[in-house]
Design a protein around this ligand. Structure first.
Ligand code: UDP
Length: 474
């Protein structure tokens, strides 16, 4: 064992949307900076995708993965407990496992990085006197809101969603009340209080890593670093490291059914449809989407999971990768037969990063989770933004209004059913009009901008080097 090698432990909280970027970060630090990486992965018992993914990631042996035994929180929750509260409980209950994981390491980590929902681990880092960093797996605008929420909580009375004016975030684009993140939608729910605590815990860290890059969010990054109001919330100025976009290295080793099908399609002719690791539609919305796709006559690959009425994030902590043919029974009668030459319907889970990197894919109907957004942008694929939960409405607004790489339904899909005619129209615009072409060109420019940020001397490359230098014991 080489105890002179820098050692960083990274904790991932439950959910594929957290595990994936943590593994990418770990791999980058190990491969490009010769750092020993140990990932402490808190998983959920019910997510077979997480378990499969961990097994596969462990095969490469570039990093060590210690799965933290999943904890049973069923006695602490009921059917009304929201996702953020559950995530916080899962992490809280996993703290003893994380503590003993760190205590048993012969080579004590030089730094501990936790993801967005791992902030409760701060006390363990303090106990072992290890410098601690938080990895904000989404963008800088959401981070600015996170930091400023403590002030908004003091200054604003009543529900944020009832405000008539946008919420001002110093130095950043204002936030429309309709776009607030899920936990801010009901201030009386436990989830809001957990979220608020989480944002306060951010200020206890030694630095914040963000999965974004200067060219994408320059103004917001500048505000995070120098806006007095934001800095005063942080009390001591915190280093901000924009190290994104973190993306998986795609090696298509086995050409599964979907990839083989894509191999036989025309360049940029396929629309990919997927709502992240746990997004679900209502049964009615699923039927309208199916009809919209069919009417558009656009070729597609659609990852379908059973609908859930009224709870778009219901599968988030339960993303089961098994082949559930039952899923198809929720589609309109005859849909699969009528569209058999037009599209592929994949139950539950597909290799999204591989699909988006395929040259036949030319558009993406996405829930705008930040990982999906990054996977789309780094492949130059424009989007139809279909936000469902978490911070996705903010992401969708940024993609459409600021970056011009997406179009979206007239009314938020979580508020009103998006009808088949509107879906048909959006698909046509994205895949087959000048407007669609212009969004595609902008997405391709961002792909280049991302590559520049990551290449030697680029902003994110440099930021990662500064982080490594800061972590290295003096
Ligand atoms: N993902 C995948 N296959 C699927 C659904 C999701 O590989 O069928 C991956 C996707 O590529 C992304 C992650 O799961 O890396 C989802 O993260 P995101 O932040 O987009 O959304 P979340 O699932 O956290 O809502």
């Amino acid at each position: 064992m080489d105890n002179t090698q820098l050692h960083v432990a990274i904790v991932s909280s439950p959910g594929m949307g957290h595990l994936i970027p943590v593994l990418v970060l770990g791999n980058q630090l190990a491969t490009h900076h010769n750092i020993k990486i140990t990932i402490l992965a808190i998983t959920t018992t019910s997510s077979s995708s997480e378990i499969k993914f961990l097994k596969k990631s462990n095969e490469k042996k570039t990093i060590e993965i210690i799965p933290i035994p999943s904890v049973d929180i069923s006695h602490l929750i009921d059917s009304t407990t929201k996702v953020i509260t559950q995530l916080r409980l899962l992490v809280r209950e996993a703290l003893p496992g994380i503590r003993s994981g760190i205590a048993s390491m012969n080579h004590r980590p030089d730094a501990l990085i936790v993801d967005i929902f791992g902030t409760q681990i701060v006390s363990i880092a303090e106990e072992f006197n290890i410098p601690k960093y938080v990895f904000h797996t989404t963008n800088a605008w959401v981070l600015a809101l996170f930091i400023y929420l403590q002030v908004l909580d003091q200054e604003i009375e009543g529900e944020y969603v009832d405000l008539k004016q946008p919420l001002e975030i110093p130095g950043c684009k204002a936030l429309q009340p309709d776009d607030v993140v899920d936990p801010m939608m009901d201030r009386s729910d436990q989830q809001y209080h957990e979220y608020l605590k989480l944002t306060m815990e951010y200020t206890c860290f030694d630095g914040i890593l963000i999965n974004t890059w200067e060219d994408l969010e320059g103004e917001t990054i500048k505000a995070l670093r120098s806006n007095e109001k934001l800095q005063s919330v942080l009390k001591v100025p915190l280093p901000i490291y924009p190290i994104g976009p973190l993306r998986r290295t795609i090696e298509i080793t086995e050409r599964d059914e979907v990839i083989q099908w894509l191999d036989n399609q025309n360049y940029e002719s396929i629309l990919f449809v997927s709502f992240g690791s746990g997004g679900t539609l209502s049964s009615q919305q699923m039927i309208e989407l199916a009809w919209g796709l069919e009417l558009s006559q656009q070729k597609f690959v659609w990852v379908v999971r059973p609908p859930s009425d009224g709870c778009p994030d219901s599968a988030y902590l339960n993303s089961n990768g098994s082949h559930t043919h039952d899923t198809f029974k929720y589609l309109p009668d005859g849909f699969l037969t009528r569209t058999k030459d037009m599209g592929l319907v994949v139950p539950m889970w597909a290799k999204q990063a591989e699909i988006l990197s395929h040259s036949s894919v030319g558009g993406f109907i996405s829930h705008c989770g930040w990982n999906s957004t990054i996977e789309s942008l780094t492949n130059g694929v424009p989007m139809i933004a279909w936000p469902l939960h978490a911070e996705q409405k903010m992401n969708a607004t940024m993609l459409m209004e600021e970056l011009g790489v997406a179009i979206r339904p007239a009314v938020l899909p979580t508020k009103k059913l998006v009808k088949r005619e509107e879906i048909q129209g959006m698909v046509r615009i994205l895949m087959d009009t000048k407007e669609g072409k212009s969004t595609r060109e902008k997405a391709k420019k961002l792909k280049i901008s991302a590559e520049n940020a990551l290449s030697e001397g680029g902003s994110s490359y440099n930021s990662m080097c500064v982080l490594v230098k800061d972590i290295r014991p003096k």
